[in-house]
Design a protein around this ligand. Sequence first.
Ligand code: NAD
Ligand code: HSE
Length: 353
Amino acid sequence: MPIYNIALIGFGGVNRALAELIATKNALWERDLGFRLNIVAVSDLYLGSVISPNGLDAKTLVEANFAKGGFGQLSGGRAEADNETIIKTAPADIIVEATFTNPKDGEPAVSHCRWALQSGKHVVTTNKGPVAIAARELKALAKANGVYFEYEGSVMSGTPVIRMAEKTLAGAEVKGFEGILNGTSNFVLGRMEAGLDFATAVKEAQILGYAEADPTADVEGFDVRLKVVILANELLRASLKPEEVMCKGISKLSSSDIETAAATNSRWKLIGSAARNADGTITGSVSPKLLPLEHPLAGVNGATNAVSLNTELLGSVTITGPGAGRVETAYALLSDIVAIHRAQTAVATKVAA
Ligand SMILES: NC(=O)c1ccc[n+]([C@@H]2O[C@H](COP(=O)([O-])OP(=O)(O)OC[C@H]3O[C@@H](n4cnc5c(N)ncnc54)[C@H](O)[C@@H]3O)[C@@H](O)[C@H]2O)c1
Ligand SMILES: N[C@@H](CCO)C(=O)O
């Protein structure tokens, strides 16, 4: 039974939730999925870094209330983050990248992924920056090094939109999509409809672990723009860059705009979309839209996301589920590791046959 050694880069909401799952579910995964996970290193900007080749106790990592630089107290620990050394030298099979998303150039996460793949380590990530900005390069690097680069959690958290569209809907010919792709802004719009002011609603989303470290990315649409680029490049075989996608967020919507919408049986939603044009080009956009209540996306509430894929053979197929949340996103990382495990097991079976 394989034990995958993993190194966590970033130890915030998502990777901490993964550690919690490891602490409680390893025995279940051994039975149901055929592997266990062992954390051999962690590096975090705030907490520092630690390497333990035999493995760190996940429960202790989660429960110890480490202060700034607190990993320095651990055996094999330092008070400073040391991403490059850990990624390149820790005895990890898989690097789990969950540092801040940088919507401008994806760094330093792009470098984290590059170092890992060049060192022959798989990468699983929920970070949208490297996927939106450098997926093509990183996929090629993974292939050249015989490892996998997986990123299901970069769009709609643990809801399996990327794998579902690519694997289960293969051949259905996706022509475009539109959806609610940011949990924070959807949650904020719903709370404003319930009477909260914008700033308080954003605070709530931060406490619940939905928002980015800088929530400007959520409310100004930059986060959705990255997700539109990821989906367009994956599902429509586009080569879009974030700056090519028109982007407008929800920050200019006032409480009175939201009340007026409710009085006319409609609702504001932040919609991300992309479609193939008649000339073969692909255009994406992010913008608030006033939807009538009977529109399928108007009833998607809270941090839930939904995307309707416009396909040639099936017409519209809508996928809905959690779009943000610590545990929900940690599940995406697990689903990526399951995909790697199954792909490797399939190769091993083929070689043995
Ligand atoms: N929380 C969600 O619902 C969700 C959903 C999908 C995707 N994501 C993405 O997953 C990633 C992690 O999200 P989160 O909610 O855990 O964020 P978070 O802000 O809670 O945690 C990020 C952690 O990364 C650390 N960090 C930042 N830069 C670092 C660096 N250069 N080196 C080492 N550590 C660094 C921070 O100290 C922090 O502990 C983000 O990229 C986010 O966009 C989050
Ligand atoms: N901040 C993001 C996290 C998921 O990518 C959101 O609210 O949707």
